[in-house]
Design a protein around this ligand. Sequence first.
Ligand code: ZN
Length: 222
Amino acid sequence: MSFGYVTLKTRLLQFFIAKTSILVPAMADKRACAELRCFMNRDAAIGLLARRDLTRLSTEQRASLLLDWWFSDPDAPGYAGLPDPLKSMLAHSVEPDDPTRTLYDPLLQLALEYNYMGVVNTYLSMQLALPDRDVTVEGDVDEMVVCPCCRYLSLQTSANDEICRVCFWEDDGTTELSSRSGPNHQTLRQAQENFQRIGAVTEASRRYVLPDGKQRYGLAIP
Ligand SMILES: [Zn+2]
């Protein structure tokens, strides 16, 4: 059965409203979901969006994400909450077989929630808004590091070869504008000019940047 995006969002919000335990404490003063505006805490919002994203994954995307997230570290965040049969598979390093199995959904949910690390609350609010109801997401945004190229707060670490999802610069520690960056095959200044001109550090990398990357992350104050 398939249903439209708006209907799906309505269902997700209905699910959310039913789960009063995940409402912000302000629910007690009837502020959480009054008239045309709902308030939602950040963790709940990310959980809902990840569940929405899970329904949109193709079989190929599920397989790829499962391989990326096939870990067996009991201390990893979220591991304890996984179902025992799945934990058992992970512990024995058995690779995922049929990626469509719902048994894998909790692990995919973890992976999809991780995608929202550092994403600003205004973006989450926008994603959860309904035609007849605004949603305001509240809560501290994860601390992020500014990308030396695009200046968005899109990186989790600094100078750690992390690739920016907004501009596709690989953060190898280059900070001088005129210095040539080996992994990026150009200077930082050239990459910045390219980002301004075409929205990515190179023509070839345009296909890899997030189309809504500028809305997802905050822009560092110069
Ligand atoms: Zn960037």
